[in-house]
Structures are given as C-alpha cells and as structure tokens.
Ligand binder design. Structure first.
Ligand code: BGC
Length: 391
C-alpha cells in the first residue's frame, strides 16, 4: 500500500526542555531525581546539552528533511523565583526560534512539559489553584518576548500524565500514590491553567494556533469489563478533550494500549510483545487515539508525539510504518489530521527511567555527546521528503 499524505502535512520531531537541555536544576523534576526513595534510576545531569548544541541539532533536522520542530520553554529558567524574569533566558529561546526559522523549520512551542519551578511546586504545585494564574502570567511574559516568532503553541503537554503519575502512581513529583483528592484538584487546576494560557497566548503578540497535547492511546478491557473503558477515559482523556473543544487544534500523543479489568488498570495481555517501557508493542495506538479525539473535538488534529523506546532500530521502523499506516487510514476516513511529530529527535532523559530508553532518531553518546543518525531516521526521512509511505 502506498499512501500520500495531504499537501502541507507537517513533519516534525519533538523534544522537551528537561529531557534534552541539561542542568535544569531549578525545577521540581531535578529535586525529584535527587530525592531519597524515588523510582528514578539516575539524574538528568547534562542531558543532551541541547541548551548549547541546538544549532547543530537543528541542522540534523534539516538534513533529514523535517519541516517543523516542537520543543518546550523551561519555566524555571525564565522565572527562577516568583516574579523575577530572566531576559537572558528569554533571549536564549528567541535565538532558538530564529534558528528554526533560518532553517525553514516551523517552531511549535510547548509552554509546560512536565517541569514546574521549585518555588511554584513548593507552594502546592498543581493542587494549588493559584498555579493556574502563575502559569498564565508566565505564558503572558514569555509570549510578550517571543510571540512574533512562534508558529504554533501548546499550552501544557500531557496534563493527564502530570496528574495521574504525580498523584495516583507516584513516579512523578510530587510522588503521591492513590491520592484521589490530589488527582482531582490537579486536574481542575490544569484545565483552568490551559484555559487561562489559551487566552493570554491568543492575545499575542503573534498570531498562531494554540492547543494542548494529551497522552492518549488505545484501550482494551478484560471480557465483561468493557464499560470500564469509558469510565477511565472520562477522567484521563475526555475531561481535557471537552475543555479543548474551542481551541485551534488538538495534539494527540499515543504510544501503546491501556487495559482495564475488574482490578482497574491491568498489565499487558499475555502473548502481546512487551516493550522496555513495560507496556505493549501496539502500533495502532495513534490511530485509535485520533479516532477517539475526533469524536469529541471538531478541530484540526496533529499527532504531536508518537514513537517507540527500543534499542532495536528495525523494530522502530516497523512500529513507525504501522503507526503511519494507521494515521493515513484516519485521513482517508476524512479526519482532519495535519501533521506528525516523532518522539523524539534525540535519545534523551526518559524521566524516571533516566537514559535507559532510546526513543530518538539520533543516538547520543553519554560521554562525548556525539550524535549518530540511526537507520530509522533515514527511513523516516524518506517518508518526510516524499510526503508518502512507500510500499
Ligand atoms: C512525554 C515525553 C516522554 C514520552 C515517551 C510522553 O508521555 O510527553 O516527555 O518522553 O512520552 O515516554
């Protein structure tokens, strides 16, 4: 099967500040990596030194033919203490945005990708409603400086992961387990923060689409427990999809499948391959997520993250091919999907898993920081350049 993607389809890769920049010591994640008793296997340290190496990293994107780059601003650098603004850091991101434009890469800017400044986290973080206002104020200050250079904005990356993993699972800060009250409060604040950030970003300067990105995927149930899918989706996905109905676009992010049963969330189905991340090899996750998102939001969709953490680069190609075939099916069915962002450009800091997971199209030597383009990157590059998935 040969599939041609629509004209103007955006092809990008995505990163997040804390996972690639290095030395982001002033946020809750750095504190969490260094706290006793967490599940973190190692600290982020220098990460990929992307803070300094972004020009040559962006050259790699151009070499591979991508048309867009999604990255995040590190709030804790721009507002290191409450109300103290760093013009030098804002200038840094202005230079990054200029560097994207110089290479004809459309910059997609995420304003919050999992990390919160220490001072805001210490004051209740996302369970404190004030955090929504503080976040909006940060967005306002940042857009005043950078808005003219932004092509597309994401307010908050995967707010549902912040609330679920931070308050129910305990593997993200603040490390609460089964704190239902915290989960509900964080969800409310995150939804409010998105709404307020949307308003201030739309006020400009600049004129660009604004939306949010959500952790989604396929869902499965133990026989007899199918009704649980709607129940789980309601709290983890639909609450955000409904809040995003009036946005300019919606960012679908999907990697795998979640199964539910009598005991709640259950593990992989016996017989299905399990990836190093602990979840199923499930390359139709993006397709399933797009279809569900399209049922609720009637706005353009982008796959703002999709990829696989694996040391087997041939498996990455198989996954991406199957995944893109699924995306193409949704487009054939009339769903307005406008772009695909591979997670990630570089092998980077995979949160609690540290550097054990390889999601990148480009490998990074942990000692020398040398970059090596993988075969999967060459394969995806061909798709990107031709805008089609060959047989
Ligand atoms: C997040 C990324 C993460 C990726 C792979 C997404 O949930 O936005 O930060 O690295 O998945 O696990």
């Amino acid at each position: 099967m040969t599939t041609t993607f629509p004209d103007g389809f955006l092809w990008g890769t995505a990163t997040a500040a804390h996972q690639v920049e290095g030395s982001n010591w002033n946020n809750d994640w750095w504190a969490w990596e260094h706290a006793e008793g967490t599940a973190c296997v190692e600290a982020s340290g220098d990460a990929c030194d992307h803070y300094w190496r972004y020009p040559s990293d962006l050259d790699l994107l151009t070499e591979l033919g991508f048309t867009s780059y999604r990255f995040s601003l590190e709030w804790s650098r721009i507002e290191p203490e409450e109300g103290e603004w760093s013009l030098a850091q804002l200038d840094h991101y202005a230079r990054m945005l200029d560097a994207c434009h110089e290479r004809d890469l459309l910059p997609v800017v995420t304003f919050h990708h999992f990390t919160t400044p220490r001072w805001a986290a210490a004051d209740g973080g996302w369970t404190n409603p004030v955090t929504a206002e503080r976040f909006a104020r940060f967005c306002e200050r940042a857009v005043a400086h950078l808005g003219d250079r932004i092509a597309m904005a994401c307010t908050i990356n995967e707010p549902n992961v912040v609330s679920t993993i931070g308050y129910l699972v305990g593997a993200f800060p603040p490390g609460r387990t089964q704190d239902l009250d915290g989960f509900v409060k964080a969800t409310e604040t995150l939804v409010a923060a998105h709404g307020r950030a949307f308003e201030v970003l739309k006020a400009g300067p600049g004129d660009f689409p604004v939306g949010l990105t959500l952790s989604m995927g396929d869902w499965g149930a133990e026989p007899g427990h199918e009704d649980k899918i709607a129940e789980y989706r309601a709290h983890h996905e639909d609450v955000y999809l409904e809040a995003a109905r009036g946005d300019d676009y919606f960012g679908v992010q999907a990697y795998s499948r979640t199964r539910v049963g009598a005991a709640g969330v259950i593990g992989p189905e016996p017989g299905v391959e399990v990836l190093p991340m602990g979840y199923e090899y499930w390359p139709t996750a993006a397709e399933a997520a797009i279809r569900h998102a399209a049922e609720i939001v009637q706005i353009p969709l982008y796959v703002t993250e999709n990829g696989i953490g694996t040391d087997d680069d041939e498996q990455r190609v198989r996954y991406l091919r199957a995944s893109l075939e699924g995306v193409a099916r949704t487009i054939d069915d009339g769903i307005d999907v406008r772009g695909f962002f591979h997670w990630s450009l570089l092998d980077n800091f995979e949160w609690a898993f540290g550097y054990l997971m390889a999601f990148g199209l480009v490998a990074v030597d942990r000692t020398t920081q040398a970059r090596t383009i993988k075969q999967s990157a060459r394969w995806l590059s061909e798709v990107v350049r031709t805008n089609r998935l060959g047989a």
